[in-house]
Design a protein around this ligand. Structure first.
Ligand code: PEP
Ligand code: MN
Length: 332
C-alpha cells in the first residue's frame, strides 16, 4: 500500500505506523509518503484521519506501477528529456570502457557531430575474469568530466560495486547500475538517496518482477529518476551472447511508469545485428537506446566483438529517424 499522509500528520504517528507495518518513509515535494508491503489491503483505522490518499497495490511493483501513477515519469537531463510527455528516444553511445584520453575524444567528437546528447563509457568494469582490463577507475571519471565540459554531453558511467558508488554519484550525470550489480542493495539504497538519474540494468538472470522490485529500492529512497534498461537475459540459446527480451520491454511499457532503454550491444554480443535490433526497439517506442561504439573495436579492451566502429555507428544512427517518425518518436 502507498500512503500519502497529510502534511499535518505528526512525525511520531508516521514513525509508529512505519515501524508497525515495515513501511518505508520518504518525502516527495514535502509530501510524506509511506510504502508498506502490498499485502496490506485495508487502511488501518488509527491513521485514517491523517491520510490524504492511499493506493492498494496488487504486487510489490508499487511506486513504479501504472496503477499508482499512470503517466510515464519524466527524467530531465541538462539538454534533453526522457519519458514524461516527450516523445524522445535518446541514443546513448560510447565505448564499453574509457581506455585513454585520445580514444574518448575521438568518440566524443563523432557523437557530437551526429547530435547525441549523452555519452557512455565505463570506468569500473564488472569483468567476468579478474585477469582482464578492469577499467581506469577514478582517472577515467576525471576524463569524462573534462569531456562533459568540452562537448556538453550528459555523462553516464557504471557502478559495479559499493566501493566506488559515491565516486560515480559525484561525477556522473546518470548513474548506470550494471546488470551484475542489480541486486546490490547498498548500491540501490545509495542511488535512492541522491536525485541524480539512475539507469538500472536488468540482471541477466532476473525476472521482470525482480527487476522492477530492484527499481523500487531506489524509488522508495525518494529518487524518482529511474530508467529501466533491458540488456538481454540468459536463456538456453548460445549462438548469441544473451537473448534480448522484447516481450519484457512491452511488459515494462504496459505496466510501469518508468522510461525504458534497450541495450542491443550486450544482448546480441556481436556487431552484425545491432542496427536491426536498434530499429526494432525504436519501432516499439522505447525511450532510449544504449549502443557501444569504439574507434577501433578490434583493439577494444572490453566487449570487442559487439562494439560498432564509428562509421557503423553513424549509419545505424542515421537509419533510426525514419522508423522513429513512423511511430511518432523523436531521436535525440
Ligand atoms: C556495459 O554497459 O558495458 C556493461 C558491462 O553492461 P552490463 O552490466 O549490462 O553487462
Ligand atoms: Mn560493455
Amino acid at each position: 500500500m502507498i500512503i500519502h499522509f497529510k502534511s499535518s500528520a505528526t512525525p511520531e504517528l508516521i514513525h509508529d505506523f512505519s515501524l508497525k507495518h515495515q513501511g518505508i518513509f520518504f518525502q516527495e515535494n514535502d509530501r510524506p509518503i509511506v510504502v508498506t508491503s502490498s499485502k496490506l489491503k485495508v487502511l488501518p483505522s488509527d491513521i485514517e484521519n491523517s491520510v490524504d490518499e492511499y493506493f492498494v497495490m496488487d504486487s510489490d511493483i508499487q511506486l513504479a506501477s501504472k496503477n499508482y501513477q499512470n503517466g510515464k515519469r519524466s527524467i530531465d537531463l541538462k539538454n534533453a528529456t526522457i519519458g514524461g510527455k516527450s516523445n524522445n528516444t535518446m541514443v546513448i553511445g560510447g565505448p564499453c570502457s574509457i581506455e585513454s584520453w585520445d580514444q574518448i575524444n575521438i568518440v566524443a567528437d563523432k557523437l557530437k557531430v551526429l547530435g547525441l546528447k549523452t555519452l557512455r563509457a565505463g570506468c569500473f568494469k564488472p569483468r567476468t575474469s579478474p585477469y582482464t582490463f578492469q577499467g581506469l577507475g577514478e582517472e577515467g571519471l576525471k576524463m569524462l568530466v573534462k569531456i562533459r565540459e568540452s562537448h556538453g554531453f550528459n555523462i553516464i558511467t557504471e557502478v559495479k560495486d559499493s566501493t566506488h558508488v559515491d565516486l560515480v554519484i559525484e561525477y556522473a550525470d546518470i548513474i548506470q547500475i550494471g546488470a551484475k550489480a542489480m541486486y546490490d542493495q547498498s548500491i540501490l539504497r545509495k542511488c535512492g538517496a541522491t536525485n541524480k538519474p539512475v539507469l538500472l540494468k536488468r540482471g541477466f538472470g532476473s525476472t521482470l518482477q525482480e527487476f522492477v522490485q530492484a527499481a523500487e529500492f531506489i524509488l522508495s529512497g525518494g529518487n524518482e529518476n529511474v530508467i529501466l534498461c533491458e540488456r538481454g537475459i540468459r536463456t538456453f540459446e548460445s549462438q548469441t551472447r544473451f537473448t534480448l527480451d522484447l516481450c519484457g520491454v512491452v511488459f515494462l511499457k504496459e505496466h510501469t511508469n518508468l522510461p525504458v532503454v534497450v541495450d542491443p550491444s550486450h544482448a546480441l554480443g556481436y556487431r552484425y545485428g545491432i542496427g536491426d535490433l536498434a530499429r526494432a526497439s525504436v519501432a516499439l517506442g522505447v525511450d532510449g537506446l544504449l549502443i557501444e561504439t569504439h574507434p577501433n573495436p578490434e583493439t577494444a579492451k572490453s566487449d570487442a566483438a559487439q562494439q560498432l566502429n564509428l562509421q557503423e555507428f553513424e549509419s545505424m544512427f542515421n537509419s533510426l529517424a525514419a522508423v522513429a517518425t513512423a511511430v511518432g518518436k523523436n531521436i535525440v
